[in-house]
Design a protein around this ligand. Sequence first.
Ligand code: ADP
Ligand code: MG
Length: 211
Amino acid sequence: MTASFSSLALKKELISTLDSLGYSEMTPIQQQALPVILAGDDVIGQGKTGSGKTAAFSLGVLSNLNVKRFRVQSLILCPTRELADQVANEVRRLARGIHNIKVLTLCGGMPMGPQIGSLEHGAHILVGTPGRILDHMGKGRIDLSELNTLVLDEADRMLDMGFQDALYSIIQEVPTDRQTLLFSATFPAEIKNIASSIMKKPEMIKVASTH
Ligand code: ADP
Ligand code: MG
């Protein structure tokens, strides 16, 4: 099995960005997950911190994106602001060859005013914590009718943070024909229940060691 990103059906601007970032080889979880993600199938991924999960789902998000359509196309949910910021930074790094892409971070604990203003300007990709995202949705500030990709990153930690109800409420409002990518370090019953109720024939990908 080749470990080069160029073996994948990725947009050429993504291939050249990966090259310029020095991502010369896929990590093991990327090797297993990316072909499935790029085929449009749902994935449940389990792998240690640092195994490259963020880039794996971000490349899926960016592959599903039509930048000319200025609507929210992906929603990436994270347990904390720190993680959401890290994820948004990685998405922006990987997206630097895509002109005019707008990635917006929406987290709890941050002032509402700037978020409301940013939402009025619009975005392609939203990254945030479930409580704040749901808050904006409840006020009619987020239109998810054109969402094609939903990512749950560190799903077990989102449950630890008490976001289970918020997650289910958000998921009820997103199109059913989306792709769902779920990552979690552990798989307690609650995660298995979420996965089986919101995902379509997900492929389980588990990588024990880091690269
Ligand atoms: P995880 O979410 O699995 O904990 P990250 O996605 O944050 O891990 O990746 C850890 C680090 O590895 C990040 O700094 C990221 O930029 C880097 N990275 C990811 N994929 C690759 C790759 N294929 N080649 C080189 N570095 C990579
Ligand atoms: Mg991660």
